[in-house]
Design a protein around this ligand. Structure first.
Ligand code: SF4
Ligand code: MG
Length: 314
């Protein structure tokens, strides 16, 4: 993902001018085959829009998506039809992401029909198989979404993404609507399926403890930008961007040996209609200096594979 931007136009109240909500504002990262990349940040920081844009649910304003040696945005129609089969999404809300009038069998068969995969009989076999893979039974084929619990519905959402054998699954807060014990069951299931199907995950969440559990690397987002990126344990034990430090200070960690004080940030997240000058974080940063409001910080590699965008971090 290279220089990805997604701006949403909004009209001012009198409709005279158009402003832009800069939801994703120059995001770049690599997703390696077989890994889980966790994207974290508070709500409204652009995580979901990044995922939706990669998937083609939103058209990007600018940027490149390089996949299998081609920029799939060059010719969105042609290449997306061919490559979209490789990209699937598991949505946040297992209640609204399944059509209440459709039986589970038909929900799971739909992607196969859209992508013209297999005969009718074969499709039914594939649905039965995937139901078992996600821990549901063949009987569930004839049931409706309302007959299932939140965790079971998310299993159905995962089955729907998996059935056409994708390479990359974008998981947009797949467990945040579930209670804690169900969360761990779904995360474990996702990890088993990742191994079995050699999947690559982009795992979006606001909850660092969930992301930490499943991710190989983590990117921290603030106001449409990735401000820090590192391998998971490195980021958790040595957060270097002041925003990551504040975010992590709010999370209870299992190791009592790591002492930390809660960092309370002043103010609210600024509006993405009008992001601050220079470093977007300067209005809330506890250590900001003059340069911070004047110049946009460049991304630096402070240790191998650990990147930070901050003027004051070396
Ligand atoms: Fe804080 Fe300045 Fe670093 Fe931005 S560049 S995070 S304002 S110290
Ligand atoms: Mg979201």
């Amino acid at each position: 993902v290279k220089g990805l931007k997604k701006y949403f136009p909004v009209k001012t109240p009198l409709g005279r001018t158009v402003e832009h909500v800069k939801a994703v504002n120059d995001v770049s990262f690599k997703l390696f085959e077989g890994e889980t990349y966790g994207l974290v940040g508070e709500s409204g920081c652009g995580k979901s829009t990044t995922g939706r844009t990669i998937l083609g649910l939103d058209n990007p304003t600018e940027g490149e998506l390089l996949y299998k040696d081609q920029n799939i945005l060059d010719d969105p129609k042609k290449s997306f039809v061919k490559l979209k089969k490789d990209f699937q999404m598991v949505f946040q809300d297992p209640f609204s992401s399944l059509n209440p009038r459709q039986r589970i069998g038909s929900i799971l068969e739909e992607p196969l029909i859209i992508h013209n995969i297999a005969s009718k009989q074969k499709r039914m076999d594939m649905v039965m198989e995937i139901l078992h893979k996600v821990g549901l039974s063949s009987d569930n084929y004839y049931h409706y979404p309302h007959e299932f619990s939140g965790g079971q519905r998310q299993r159905i959402g995962i089955a729907r993404a998996l059935i056409i054998n994708p390479k990359i699954i974008i998981c947009d807060e797949p467990v945040s609507a579930l209670d804690v014990s169900t969360q761990s069951q779904i995360i474990n299931l996702m990890q088993e399926l990742q191994k079995e199907y050699k999947l690559t995950y982009l795992f979006i969440a606001h909850d660092i403890s969930v992301v930490r559990h499943i991710s190989d690397r983590i990117g921290v987002m603030y106001l449409g930008k990735i401000v820090e990126e590192a391998e998971t344990e490195d980021l958790i034990s040595n957060p270097s961007h002041p925003y990551s430090q504040a975010l992590l200070s709010a999370v209870p960690l299992p190791e009592p040996s790591i002492k930390k004080e809660r960092i309370i940030l002043k103010g609210d997240i600024p509006s993405p209609l009008n992001p601050p000058s220079g470093c977007f974080f300067h209005t809330r940063c506890p250590i900001a200096e003059d340069i911070c409001s004047e110049k946009v910080p460049v991304r630096k590699e402070i240790r191998p594979n650990h990147f930070v965008s901050c003027h004051l971090v070396d």
